[in-house]
Design a protein around this ligand. Structure first.
Ligand code: PMT
Length: 224
């Protein structure tokens, strides 16, 4: 099998990709989590492996099969994903496609929280999770290219560029969520990718095709 020129540029590059949601346990039977099927991140990981990159896929709780030619590390919570991703550094590229929970319960109840007669509310104390993407970008073994995702319902460019700058990323792929046929769970998506002095629209297209288009851009920026 011969590789296209863009494909060959990622051969042998170590690429760490996060995908899927994280689940933050409340008690042994309940959790809070973000919506994410893992399809976008798994498609990127599969496409990178086809380009002969050395791929590690850090996956939250999803039901997808493992793509060929990569190593998969399964995690459940944001804290576990943080530890698993940082343990894979050094790497050439990090792609944060996971929908990481921003908040986690301050404490996990050791047994099932029982409903109390006459009490109609339950108050949970939540604390911020650690930002994996920002920590990777600030790491002593920072990958040459750190790529974030931004799931936005509105003001897509403004919020995505804000994250690009605040988290010190090289690229950010923004997708609109909350509309049919894009973002979470669907097979298709559309990405607006931003970097400091540029942008590129990818799609709408199936996530499998978008993954290749994003990797073309990653290869370009890696060798810019
Ligand atoms: O999985 P699918 O169903 O295919 O859906 C794909 C997707 C919509 C989940 C994906 O394309 C996507 O947008 N992923 C990022 C979702 C998200 O959490 O976006 P955000 O804007 O809240 O976070 C911004 C970035 O910070 C993301 O790269 C996220 O991985 C990262 N982050 C967030 C919080 C945290 N504690 N650590 C992080 O690394």
């Amino acid at each position: 099998m011969s590789l296209r020129r863009e494909d060959a540029r990622l051969a042998g590059q170590r690429i760490v990709i996060s995908a899927g949601p994280t689940f933050e346990d409340i008690d042994p039977v309940r959790f809070i989590g973000n919506r994410s099927s893992g399809k976008m991140g798994f498609a990127i990981a599969a496409a990178a492996a086809r380009r002969a990159a050395d791929v590690v896929l850090v996956a939250g709780p999803v039901t997808l099969p493992t793509p060929m030619g990569l190593r998969r590390v399964d995690v459940r919570s944001a804290a576990q994903m943080h530890a698993a991703v940082l343990a894979e550094l050094p790497a050439d590229v990090y792609v944060g496609a996971a929908a990481v929970a921003d908040f986690t319960p301050q404490r996990v109840a050791p047994s099932k929280i029982k409903k109390q007669a006459g009490v109609d509310t339950l108050t949970l104390e939540l604390v911020r999770t650690t930002d994996i993407l920002a920590d990777v970008a600030a790491h002593a073994q920072r990958p040459r290219l750190v790529v974030g995702f931004a799931a936005e319902t509105d003001h897509v460019e403004q919020y995505a560029r804000g994250k690009l700058e605040k988290k010190k990323l090289d690229l950010i792929a923004a997708n609109r969520v909350g509309i049919a046929g894009s973002g979470f769970e669907s097979d298709d998506n559309a990405l607006m990718v931003y970097w400091r002095d540029g942008e590129r629209a990818l799609g709408p297209a199936p996530k499998t095709q978008l993954a290749d288009a994003l990797l073309d851009l990653i290869a370009e920026r890696l060798h810019a």
